[in-house]
Design a protein around this ligand. Structure first.
Ligand SMILES: Cc1cc2nc3c(=O)[nH]c(=O)nc-3n(C[C@H](O)[C@H](O)[C@H](O)COP(=O)(O)OP(=O)(O)OC[C@H]3O[C@@H](n4cnc5c(N)ncnc54)[C@H](O)[C@@H]3O)c2cc1C
Length: 569
């Protein structure tokens, strides 16, 4: 059995930031299924929010209000307050760790505009902000290599719990296939989002809901799963992101007639309205036949910015356009469509990053979560751009502090290694022995297709019911698949199958929660219930139970400073 004081699963911004905190006093392991610098955080482009006020006067109060309005008032306001107040210190801390931010002419950290933020608040490193932060944090981990052990290309399969206490995780080494129990006094999940469930997505291949589903199987509910964010500027057909920074720098959205259609949908904020609103506007233009050339895409036009500004502020976007569609945005508009981008829902946590299991706040002792896999909920029904890198670092740090405090006060529990290992071994053996005729690839593609079509930007009862039926039948077919690689070494096929199972179950949770929420709020839009309904639905969904018997309960929203009002832009 492997033993560490604290085990962190995930080496994106949240996981690495947590590790730095724990390593100040205890021994910590960071486990990641991809090499740390390949975590999805490294793909973040546009920026990280903080009310520094470097380009216009700004305050945490304004950041707080923008975040809550952007989230359609589903945010827990106590957590939002803590989070926006911590933002400036997080930026300076990252800077001192060596993260290189773009600068103003007089040497301050530059800040640009982003959707839903009333002030230029996004600190950035050109359009490679996630890359810059992730590498700065990775360097800090290397520096602390005496107290931080990184398990590269190790996969977490399940949580080890007894009653309401978490004692470790069951993991496997991807290289050898060996299954191990990793015991810890505290476990922190930082496993990222689950955009790969959808056909068109910006997310990396590793974003497959492993953490949320491992927690769910250990009896922890999923909070607000129905809130999935669709980003307005995904590369047509491929989903690759063109950051909102492109619009923050002044880019236009044009329909097939060449009109800046946002005038009809959000006249005061135009292209910089929150993402849920812009994505719905785009999809409506496309659905009503005003896509470009009658097709299902519209244009992102940056030509008027000029080559010099594009090369200074958006170099990666230009290169992505050239590499993936042969379009140079200096001379031609880019073809785009909405793309699944971010999961507002996840493992329920409080503002101390402790995992809580119900409306009463009952804790799973020794278990913490942060970053995109967690639902604090600072983003409510819709996250504002640049608020997620901030979420991952603020609550990564917080989770590290909480886990450290906790782990110092407890001893290792008694863990019975055998049965924990056997459960995971059995699930491997079960897959190895299947000799069915179904293709896992086909099942994955059908899941992505149905989730995009029936549980996407626009939803209704009929579509969602059909979606749930399809996902259930795919799950049955999943059990009749066949694995072609029966080896143990670097068997990536078996890991993809396990990820597919996580995604199928998560898909069912998302669609079931979406069916029950008979209103429209933030990223969740029901054409058959197209208004927000605070009387009946100003509450968080908590999906409990098992995948075969999901039970939806609800939890009140924490409202401190801002009473819900109509959300217009
Ligand atoms: C293309 C793109 C651009 C973005 N741009 C911005 C932006 O400009 N500003 C902003 O605020 N937000 C942005 N976001 C969102 C933001 O990047 C993410 O929400 C955030 O980085 C998530 O960080 P994380 O640490 O929670 O998870 P990730 O960075 O996704 O890391 C997850 C980690 O978990 C590990 N893991 C997962 N499952 C397992 C398992 N079973 N076993 C072992 N390890 C596992 C992975 O290996 C990985 O290390 C962007 C997102 C995308 C996709």
């Amino acid at each position: 059995m492997i033993k560490h004081d604290v085990v962190i699963v995930g080496a994106g911004l949240a996981g690495m930031r947590a590790a730095i905190e724990v390593s100040k006093e205890l021994d910590v392991a960071v486990l990641t299924k991809v090499y740390p610098s390949r975590s999805h955080s490294g793909a973040a482009q546009g920026g990280i929010a903080a009310a520094l006020g470097n380009s216009e006067s700004d305050s945490w109060e304004e950041h707080m209000y923008d975040t809550i309005k952007g989230g359609d008032f589903l945010n827990d306001q106590d957590a939002v307050e803590e989070y926006v107040k911590a933002a400036p210190s997080i930026i300076y801390e990252l800077e001192h760790m060596g993260c290189v931010f773009s600068r103003t002419a007089d040497g301050k950290i530059a800040q640009r505009s982003f959707g839903g933020h009333s002030k230029p608040r996004a600190c950035f490193s050109a359009d490679r902000t996630g890359h810059a932060i992730l590498h700065a944090l990775h360097e800090q981990l290397m520096k602390q290599s005496k107290s931080i052990k990184i398990y590269n290309e190790w996969n977490m399969h399940s949580l080890v719990t007894e009653g309401n206490r978490c004692n470790g995780v069951v993991v496997s080494n991807v290289k050898t296939g060996a299954i191990e129990v990793m015991q810890a006094k505290a476990v922190i999940f930082c496993t990222g989002g689950y955009g790969r469930i959808f056909k068109i997505t910006t997310n990396a291949f590793a974003s497959t809901a492993d953490g949320v589903m491992a927690a769910f199987r250990a009896g922890i509910p999923v909070e607000d799963a129905e809130f999935v964010q669709f980003h307005p500027s995904g590369l047509y057909r491929q989903g690759i992101l063109f950051s909102e920074a492109a619009r923050g720098e002044g880019g236009y959205l044009l329909n097939g007639k060449g009109d800046r259609f946002m005038e009809q949908y959000a006249p005061s904020r135009m292209e910089l309205a929150p993402r849920d609103i812009v994505s719905r506007a785009e999809q409506s233009e496309i659905d009503e036949g005003r896509g470009v050339d009658g097709k299902d895409f519209i244009h992102l036009d940056l030509r008027h910015l000029g080559e010099a500004r594009i090369m200074e502020r958006l170099p990666q976007i230009r290169q992505l356009g050239i590499d993936f569609t042969s379009v140079d945005c200096v001379t031609d508009p880019l073809p785009i469509q909405p793309t699944a981008h971010y999961s507002m829902g996840g493992i329920p946590t409080n503002k101390f990053s402790q995992v809580v299991m119900d409306a009463e706040g009952t804790k799973m002792e020794g278990f913490f979560a942060a970053g995109e896999c967690a639902c604090v909920s600072v983003h409510g029904g819709n996250r504002l751009g640049t608020n997620s890198l901030l979420d991952a670092t603020v609550f990564g740090r917080r989770a590290g502090m909480s886990a450290l405090e906790y782990a110092k006060t407890v001893d290792f529990a008694k863990v019975n290694e055998g049965p924990e290992k056997t459960k995971v071994l059995k699930s491997f053996e079960d897959i190895y022995q299947r000799d069915g005729t179904e293709s896992y690839n086909q099942i994955r593609n059908e899941m992505k297709e149905v989730m995009m079509e029936k549980c996407g930007v626009f939803r209704d009862e009929e579509k969602l019911k059909a979606c749930i039926e399809t996902i259930k039948s795919l799950h049955l077919r999943f059990k009749k698949g066949k694995v072609t690689d029966k080896g143990k070494l670097f068997n990536t096929e078996i890991y993809e199958i396990l990820e597919l199972e996580n995604m199928l179950e998560m898909a069912q949770v998302i669609a079931t929660c979406a069916l029950a929420r008979k209103e429209s709020r933030g990223g969740h839009f029901r054409t058959d219930h197209d208004k927000r309904d605070d009387e009946n639905f100003l509450k968080h969904t908590m999906a409990h139970g098992t995948i075969d018997e999901l039970e939806l309960k609800y939890k009140p929203v924490v409202i401190t400073k801002h009473k819900p009002t109509e959300r217009t832009y």
